[in-house]
Design a protein around this ligand. Structure first.
Ligand SMILES: [Zn+2]
Length: 333
């Protein structure tokens, strides 16, 4: 407990609070800027276990704000969760950590949610947040939203049975047109979002998260910070948190091809894309391939392709989903 002496001294944590934190399993969806910082703060706070999910690898443009990663990780295109695990275990050798180099779809989300005491949002898009929201409410787990772009940040805690859900709030949220890939971001905005998110998580884990409930929004550059109360905005017919219990985001969608938000990249999930199929395709087409322990990378028809070992491929340099599917069919059809 000596490691946590300063946190235990803090009047709202104490020995009892630390014991509660010590028992917690935290599921973090996304290991980019938000997930890097929240996973490190939760590890240092003393949680028992972290489950980390991310589909991407480290790139040079991440290093400005994604605190767990070093230049080597970008040079070697190490998957974010692998680099994160290395760093988190250096900080906390006793931490239990499970990593998943995967797209977070409905079935994975459902499986992991039921193992977690709390879920932290480290994503950058509405669709995945709705998925987290629906899984959290279906399995009765609290979750904490966080977002940041440019110099602004926002956060909100959602607790099934106590607060309205994220789906209820969506009509009130600002338009999602800005992403950090299109509008940019400064690192302090990430740290503000995560500081609020982790504080809310500590309040939830120690049983001190209580009404009135707020969403908080701020802008560091403009030196503004506001909060608005969310207690009374539950949508009567919400598909997630009313008595309907439909959780629509948990339905498996037939469409397994998706644009990655602002990345000029299309992801295709297709079970034909096995390691053996990739090997056959590159031999057949006489393509040079860069093989890492986690994926095969090669150029095909002018596009850079990254094939992970679990039926998933990233087609970089296009946002045309038809073009992406055509390339996949040419390679694996
Ligand atoms: Zn709702």
């Amino acid at each position: 407990m000596e490691n946590y002496s300063r946190q235990i001294l803090y009047k709202n944590i104490g020995q009892d609070g630390q014991q509660a934190i010590r028992k917690a399993t935290v599921l973090i969806i996304g290991a980019g800027a938000l997930g890097s910082s929240s996973s490190e703060m939760m590890a240092r706070a003393g949680v028992k276990k972290i489950i980390l999910v991310d589909r991407d690898y480290v790139e040079a443009s991440n290093l400005q704000r994604q605190m767990l990663f070093a230049k080597r990780h970008a040079d070697e295109k190490v998957p974010k969760v692998v680099a994160a695990k290395e760093r988190l275990l250096a900080v906390r050798p006793d931490l239990e950590i499970d990593i998943h180099i995967e797209h977070c779809g409905p079935s994975l989300m459902a499986r992991l949610s039921s193992q977690a005491d709390i879920i932290l949002d480290g994503t950058d898009n509405f669709d995945t947040r709705l998925l987290i929201n629906d899984a959290a409410y279906k399995y009765g787990r609290p979750w904490v939203y966080a977002a940041c772009v440019e110099s602004s940040y926002s956060s909100c805690g959602f607790v099934p049975g106590a607060t309205p859900c994220y789906r209820c709030l969506v009509p009130m949220l600002p338009a999602a047109a800005l992403t950090c890939d299109t509008a940019g971001i400064i690192a302090p905005a990430v740290q503000m979002a995560v500081s609020e998110q982790v504080t809310t998580a500590l309040k939830i884990l120690t049983g001190q998260f209580a009404a009135p409930y707020y969403m908080r929004i701020g802008d560091l550059w403009d030196m503004e910070h506001r909060r608005f109360q969310i207690d009374h905005i539950q949508e009567e017919n919400c598909l997630t948190c009313s008595s309907k219990h439909e959780y629509p985001a948990l339905n498996e969608t037939a469409d397994q091809t998706m644009k990655l938000c602002g990345r000029d990249t299309v992801q295709v999930l297709d079970e034909r894309i096995t390691q053996e199929a990739v090997r056959q395709a590159v031999i057949h087409l006489d393509i040079n391939v860069n093989t890492t322990p986690y994926f095969n990378e090669f150029y095909f028809e002018g596009q850079r392709l990254v094939c992970f070992n679990n039926g998933r491929i990233l087609i970089h340099g296009t946002d045309n989903m038809n073009r992406a599917r055509t390339l996949v069919n040419q390679l694996f059809g």
